[in-house]
Design a protein. Structure first.
Length: 755
């Protein structure tokens, strides 16, 4: 027995066959004909195509219990794989409840935990010692960052996060460093990335460590390169069951098919229409091509839905039917037609959120549906911001599921820390947060030295940073601190002339936060950029940056939820998979938002977006509402919205249209509601796409100003130029205005003219 609790003896210990009951018919009681067929099937591969809400977990656990109860399998011969530990525990407990403690020796595990258990048993077969450690995502990224720096890569272009994602994707495709280099020769700096990949693999082995991807990859290598071990494991796991098979990637598919190759007693359960994790390397072809891999496979279609009303299912069927990469099916229910699907096209995102708030209150009051039985779905996390604001104002309890509240997200807190320094440069906590965000060579040791230097001089951190040459920091840290000071001074000068929304955009760009996220070019980075765009949209509702920060601070103080009465759940559609609610609101149904703009040029992406819509719709049991906004603020700019194609794909007879009669102009929101002031439409951009709009130059930088010159500013009136510095777009002037005192101005962004 190893110190990890696994051994060959454990694996091959003989087990008595449980006593076979005379009658196992109770295990098919209450099942539909198709469900019973799936439970009792024997002799060969089985594909269970389980539509949304069709009782697949019940079928899977009953099938395992039936195998054991009939004596067709011993517990030790069963390997059941799920995607979460919670699902694995639930499956194990259900089977134990059905047939007793004999089931406890089954292997019911996630892919990663099953692979880890095998690798602990046979570590030397893949070149490791039994006590190998596992690197989490931060460990892996930290190692890759060091290896990049050793090779002269700055971790910015490409970013460390992007390189980490490339290496992970390569492992999921089972590509070696040389194979990756050959397949990605067109990628900028591909040779250097391949070298980092190779060094990363070597460092992991040298450290007797694996990352999460290695657990899967090395398990496949264990089976593929060791025929005797493979044969033994095939003899042991004669019955293999895999849940959520549509979410498997290349390595996971390879792992289970290798184990099943000998006895071919493999049962996979899933739904091609619910494959929504392409960005995590999930490959819908694994389930679509299962019958090609196992030509003798039987297929059972579970189309009866036990969750939703027929109107909801008809809408979902209508949307998903337009996909081509799927197992054709038509969900139906015995729950009745149900109420129509509410459709709302609001004037803007505040109008949309206000409608949802009213409808939530109505459902609670008239239908007696608790807050905890309602959910709001959106395509990207950034969209929660307006919903949260309106819900707070209406005193409706809510929770953001599997994610932080909007203003608690790292990128938002970073941007707001810069904003706080613009307003109050003595805010030392803000300096500590962002002096090295994004990274500019000011590490923990440098920060500690700067803090001591400031303390000795009785200065704020920012004041001390202006004299950093005297602090004893390394040259690299000195350069980083000076760059940070320059950024803050530039932003403070810009605040004299820019609106709050434009200031947020300037913070994102001047600080380097936007450039760093765009360089990552990952799904997560794009989502964080979208969040920053929403921050600019929120700031646009206020007259000044100071007012905005104050309002946000007061809002945080009063954000108290009544947990006792339940909370409305807010989440992305990806998070919603596997959940169900009495009432569901699907928001942001506009082209470019949902479906996402990336899907417009990629048919595969569009099919994924349609599957995501199908998943969202089928989470609802009895009440479903779909909404969009004719205008939406993105990066502080109002843009026109076009209704999502998914709305048009739903038959009109299924819907109750409660939309505004005509598109509204942008309304300004106040504490008392919409006050009716509107602005003209302006050209906008998609969430996080490129840089936020910037003011154009007025030509003031070409005025040839010198100290002593008299100038006039549209807001501050007349003044005298004290000093000038910089050049081009970054040229600044220190002007002493007659009525407003001294201010530093960015000339390219300032309405300044000679007196």
């Amino acid at each position: 027995m190893s110190r990890f609790g696994y051994s060959d003896e454990d694996l091959w210990a003989s087990e008595p066959i449980p006593e076979v009951p005379q009658d196992a018919s109770h295990l098919v009681d209450g099942l539909t004909i198709e469900q019973a067929r799936a439970v009792t099937h024997r002799d060969g591969p089985l594909l269970i195509v389980a539509g949304a809400g069709s009782g697949k977990t019940r079928v899977l656990t009953r099938r395992i219990a039936h195998l054991l109860a009939t004596g067709d399998a011993r517990p030790a011969e069963i390997l059941a794989i799920t995607f979460t530990n919670k699902a694995a525990d639930e499956m194990r407990h259900r089977v134990v409840d059905l047939i007793g403690d004999d089931a406890k020796s089954m292997w019911v595990a996630t892919f990663h935990s099953a692979c880890l258990r095998l690798l602990r048993m046979y570590p030397t077969a893949v070149g490791y010692e039994a006590n190998f450690t596992i690197y989490d995502a931060d460990d892996a990224q930290g190692l890759i960052d060091r290896l990049m720096k050793e090779r002269g890569m700055d971790g910015k272009t490409p970013s460390t996060r992007a390189v980490t994602a490339m290496i992970s994707a390569a492992k999921n495709r089972m590509e070696s460093p040389s194979e990756w280099a050959e397949n990605n020769s067109f990628t900028p700096r591909s040779a250097e990335i391949a070298a980092v990949y190779g060094a990363y693999v070597s460092e992991l082995r040298k450290s007797n460590a694996m990352d999460f991807d290695d657990l899967l990859l090395n398990a496949v290598r264990l089976l593929r390169d060791n025929p005797a071990i493979l044969a033994n494991l095939q003899d042991r796991f004669r019955h293999i069951l895999v849940d959520e098979f549509q979410d498997t990637n290349y390595v996971q598919n390879h792992f289970v098919t290798l184990l099943a190759d000998r006895y071919r007693q493999i049962c996979v359960v899933g739904d091609s229409d619910q494959s929504i994790y392409r960005f995590r390397a999930a490959d819908v072809r694994n389930i679509l091509e299962f019958a090609e891999r196992f030509p003798d496979a039987d297929t059972v279609m579970l189309e009866e839905n036990f969750r939703s009303t027929q109107n909801i299912l008809d809408a979902a069927n209508a949307v998903i039917r337009l996909n081509t990469s799927r197992h054709p099916k038509n969900l139906y229910t015995r729950r009745g037609q149900g109420s129509p699907i509410v459709m709302y096209k609001g004037g803007d995102e505040y109008d949309e959120a206000t409608f949802i708030t009213r409808e939530v209150s109505r459902l609670r009051r008239e239908e007696n549906i608790g807050y905890g039985e309602m959910a709001i779905f959106y395509r990207t996390n950034a969209q929660s911001r307006v919903l949260e604001e309106i819900f707070r104002g209406a005193a409706i309890p809510y929770r953001v599921v599997s994610g932080q509240r909007f203003y608690e997200r790292k990128e938002i807190k970073d941007a707001l820390a810069y904003a706080r320094l613009v307003v109050n440069p003595r805010d030392d906590q803000a300096v500590r947060r962002v002096i090295n965000e994004p990274k500019r060579g000011v590490g923990a040791m440098a920060m500690a030295k700067l803090a001591i230097f400031a303390q000795e001089r009785n200065q704020s951190l920012l004041d001390a940073a202006t004299q950093v040459e005297e602090s004893g920091l390394t040259p690299q840290a000195v350069r980083g601190v000076k760059a940070f000071v320059e950024i803050v001074e530039t932003l403070r000068a810009m605040n004299n002339d820019l609106s709050p929304a434009d200031m947020i955009g300037a913070i994102v760009e001047q600080s380097g936060l936007g450039e760093a996220l765009r360089a990552e070019n990952t799904e997560e980075a794009r989502g964080r950029l979208e969040n920053l765009g929403e921050l600019a949209s929120a700031a646009a509702q206020h007259q000044s940056l100071e007012e905005y920060l104050e309002r946000m601070a007061l809002s945080a103080e009063s954000d108290h939820l009544d947990d006792g009465s339940g909370s409305v759940s807010m989440m992305t559609m990806h998070v919603a998979k596997g959940l169900e609610f009495e009432a569901v609101f699907v928001t942001g149904l506009e082209e470019g938002v949902f479906p996402h703009s990336r899907a417009h040029a990629d048919p595969d992406e569009l099919e994924e977006e349609r599957r995501l819509c199908y998943v969202a719709l089928t989470r609802a049991k009895a009440h479903l509402a779909l909404s969009m906004a004719w205008t939406r603020t993105m990066w502080g700019r109002v843009v026109d919205g076009l209704p999502s194609r998914f709305l048009a794909e739903i038959p009109e007879e299924l819907t109750d249209n409660r939309s505004s009669r005509a598109p509204l102009r942008r309304s300004t929101f106040s504490d008392d509601g919409f006050i009716g002031r509107t602005t003209e439409f302006t050209e906008g951009r998609a969430f996080g796409a490129g840089t936020p709009p910037r003011p154009t130059s007025t030509g003031a930088e070409n005025l040839g100003l010198r100290p002593g010159d008299r100038v006039v500013h549209d807001r501050f009136g007349g003044g005298t130029v004290m000093t000038t510095e910089g050049a081009g777009a970054q040229m600044r002037a220190d002007v002493n205005f007659d009525a407003h005192g001294r201010k530093k101005l960015i000339l390219a962004m300032t309405p300044l003219r000679r007196a």
